[in-house]
Design a protein around this ligand. Structure first.
Ligand code: SAM
Length: 442
């Protein structure tokens, strides 16, 4: 998709009230090269259109880009030593934006601290300390950032102290690792994608059947993650994690979507992300009262499905997922809580032109077609049409994952007499469809 198409799609998503967690345009490298002489030598024209770009296989170029983007967009001073995992700024910012959205959504009761300041825990903050730096500079959140390696602790502390305007918000905490394996460097990995538009789709997720056999022999055997690291008197609004994704060095090296270097300690853990996040889930059952939200990035969709099932099995009250797209790379955000969800407030009138909701926990026999049929008969029972009719509105139904459908409504004419009542009608439709199709509604 070319830039203009992406921008158009992005605009369309915003008009449709989808939340787009990204800068609206890729950065202009020519402009950055003028502003930052240190970046200039990495920028070159690329055929066939001779657009200015960098060599995405060159760790030094990517590190320099991250450095100048953090300075330009967030006034942050930042560096990491060669070979450490180099974060891409849009990708990491998207996780922060998603958290911001979760925290402000009031799905569960409000902030934990009495002064309503948000406090987060970044599991495996890395040498880059990227999430605490972004969260503190964008939103004034305070953080504990944990890690296990000497180089991560040393450089995370350096990156914090290089930014005195936020350094009082970030504590770097070493996790004691008594069985540390020898550190093996992974060759720099190839970043195949330019920084580009990122989109997300929020979903609440219902229970799925749990395939226990799929997780045999994948239990986590590493240093503590949350239990034993979080102190008895500590409370956080959220924890976040970009886990070691891979099960082996070979898997890390073979993955063409992976970028920006990374040592084995950063990228690999026995059992991969599935085992690592499973441990976070287990820890969360012991730390229910210490966190409002537990969250993690997930790199494989099959793991996402497994982890969602696992979560329902340990008695969480809510699960949310989101999709992050950067170029051709897909990742997912997974969030859960043990706090009881706040009841939805009473219906309010608004002039929204587009609205949507998800239906979760649909039984196998109920697909998009059945739901669409029910939508039609629901409206026709009130003498309304939701077919393509300019005086009326459209309803679309999409499958997100098996068992979860997204229902979207768009008012065709915002001056229609329906406009004030459109969202009310849609909320009524949601209630009707939930009671007809969903095995579990939150
Ligand atoms: C994929 S890197 C993420 C680094 C950084 N957060 C980022 O997004 O670029 C995973 C990090 O987790 C750290 N780590 C591994 N096991 C850990 C544990 N038990 N507790 C805390 N950090 C851990 C690694 O040292 C590494 O820095």
């Amino acid at each position: 998709m070319d830039g203009s198409k992406k921008r158009k799609k992005n605009k369309q998503q915003q008009e449709n009230n989808d939340i787009v967690y990204s800068e609206s345009q890729p950065e202009d490298f020519g402009h950055l090269a003028i502003l930052y002489p240190s970046f200039r030598s990495f920028v070159h024209p690329s055929p066939p259109h001779m657009r200015l770009t960098i060599d995405w296989t060159d760790f030094n170029a990517i590190r320099q880009l991250t450095c100048v983007l953090l300075h330009r967009r967030h006034t942050l001073t930042w560096w990491i030593p060669g070979g450490q995992l180099c974060p891409t700024v849009p990708n990491r910012s998207n996780y922060i934006h998603w958290l911001e959205h979760l925290l402000s959504s009031n799905i569960i009761p409000g902030t934990i601290s009495s002064d309503s300041k948000v406090r987060g825990f970044d599991i495996g903050t890395g040498a880059s300390c990227i999430y605490p730096l972004l969260g503190a500079s964008l939103h004034g959140w305070s953080f504990v950032g944990s890690d296990v390696t000497d180089v991560a602790i040393e450089w995370a502390e350096k990156n914090v102290s290089s930014n005195p305007h936020i350094s009082n918000l970030i504590e770097i905490r070493r996790v004691q690792d008594n069985n540390a394996p020898p550190c093996v460097e992974v060759e720099d990995l190839v970043n195949s994608d330019q920084i580009a538009l990122c989109k997300k789709t929020d979903m609440e997720v219902a229970p799925l059947p749990l395939d226990l056999h799929a997780c045999e022999n994948k239990s986590y055997r590493g240093p503590p993650i949350l239990v034993g690291v979080v102190r008895d008197d500590e409370k956080f609004d959220f924890c976040m994690c970009n886990p070691p994704f891979f099960e082996s060095l070979e898997e890390a090296g073979l993955n063409p979507k992976t970028a920006c270097g990374g040592t084995s300690r950063e990228m690999v853990c026995p059992g991969g992300e599935r085992a690592f996040i499973t441990r976070i889930i287990e820890d969360s059952t012991q730390l229910k009262q210490h966190f409002r939200w537990f969250t993690s990035m997930v790199g494989k969709k099959s793991n996402l499905k497994y982890l969602v099932s696992k979560l329902w099995g340990v008695g969480v009250s809510i699960v949310k997922t989101t999709e992050f797209v950067q170029g051709r790379t897909y990742q997912w955000g997974l969030a859960w809580s043990f706090l009881p969800p706040v009841q939805k407030s009473s219906i309010s009138l608004s002039n929204k032109k587009n609205t949507s909701f998800t239906l979760e926990g649909l039984q196998r026999q109920h697909g998009a077609i059945n739901v669409l049929e029910s939508v039609k008969s629901y409206f026709s029972s009130y003498g309304l049409s939701c077919s393509l009719n300019t005086s009326s509105f459209t309803v679309d139904v999409f499958q997100q994952i098996p068992g979860t459908l997204l229902v979207k409504g768009s008012l065709q004419d915002k001056d229609s007499p329906l406009s004030g009542a459109f969202s009310v009608i849609f909320q009524k439709l949601e209630e009707a469809l939930r009671s007809k199709f969903c095995t579990k509604s939150l």
